[in-house]
Design a protein around this ligand. Structure first.
Ligand SMILES: C[S@@+](CC[C@H](N)C(=O)[O-])C[C@H]1O[C@@H](n2cnc3c(N)ncnc32)[C@H](O)[C@@H]1O
Length: 257
């Protein structure tokens, strides 16, 4: 199932907040060259430009739809369809940003040394990864996927965006690569208008994609209606009919010494 820029940008201001918080922790005062890995529709690249005006920016994403949307948003910047897993260039960067993208890329033990190699001396790798696999939104997806109605089709769906390690692991791994590491975790509480449906809309743009992709239209409708029912129970509506979505996220900035 391809990524949909329109679905993803429905919650752009909520999705941008962690990226802004991440960018604010990058210690580099001058940034001449920066890369945005998994740039999506260019929202994070735009924030990178605001934080470091004048930097030469490149955005990379494996989704042609996302890259087309990013080019439309920022016609003056360089955007390229590329897989982070294989991304390699002779350039060295003052900042490499990966906001909400590395959870889709396997084998961080191999990936991180390669990304650090692409940093200029003093350059920073800035990463934010959702840390919500134990939240009801994910637990309920996994439980529903195990239903015999589609279990075979959905085998492996839960692993697609599960590439995440602990804060301790990132701290140690990046420290051993000779970087100074700043790791932290934040839980955001997003007040969404529209109750359980709004939560489902949010995740249709991201974590639900590997579950919905293999299903036919009828199955997808049933899956979504059952998922919405269970989300409504786990996240009760507030008196004004909005809903509060707790969303823990893990951050790190690793700066090459
Ligand atoms: C949740 S979006 C994040 C978009 C943006 N960085 C932001 O801050 O909102 C994740 C993006 O990662 C991209 N992505 C997933 N796996 C990828 C890979 N292996 N290589 C490159 N991009 C990938 C997806 O296409 C999607 O656009």
């Amino acid at each position: 199932m391809s990524w949909s820029p329109a679905q993803y940008t429905q919650f752009e201001s909520e999705r941008n907040r962690p990226c802004q918080d991440l960018l604010a922790r990058i210690p580099n005062a001058t940034v001449a060259k920066a890369a945005d890995l998994g740039c999506g529709p260019g929202n994070s690249t735009q924030l990178l430009q605001t934080q470091f005006p004048g930097a030469n920016l490149g955005g990379f994403d494996s989704s042609p739809e996302m890259i087309a949307a990013a080019r439309q948003r920022m016609p003056g910047s360089h955007f390229e369809v590329a897989d982070i897993e294989k991304w390699s260039t002779h350039y060295r960067f003052d900042v490499i940003l990966a906001n909400a993208s590395l959870q889709w890329v396997p084998d961080h033990a191999t990936l991180l040394p390669r990304l650090v190699e692409h940093l200029a001396p003093g350059g920073s790798l800035a990463v934010q990864i959702p840390d919500n696999l134990d939240e009801p939104v994910h637990q309920l997806m996994r439980a529903l996927a195990a239903d015999a109605a589609w279990a075979e089709k959905l085998a492996g769906a839960s692993e697609r965006s599960a590439h995440r390690h602990s804060a301790q692991w990132y701290h140690q791994t990046l420290g051993e690569l000779g970087t100074k590491v700043d790791v932290w975790r934040t839980t955001y509480y997003h007040a969404l208008e529209g109750g359980a449906e709004a939560i489902v809309e949010w995740f249709k743009g991201t974590a639900l994609r590997p579950y919905l992709g293999p299903l036919d239209e009828g199955e997808r409708e049933t899956f979504l209606s059952r998922y919405t029912e269970s989300i409504a129970q786990a996240y009760p509506a507030l008196p004004d009919s909005s809903v509060l979505l707790p969303f823990p996220r893990l951050f790190f900035v690793a700066t090459r010494q």
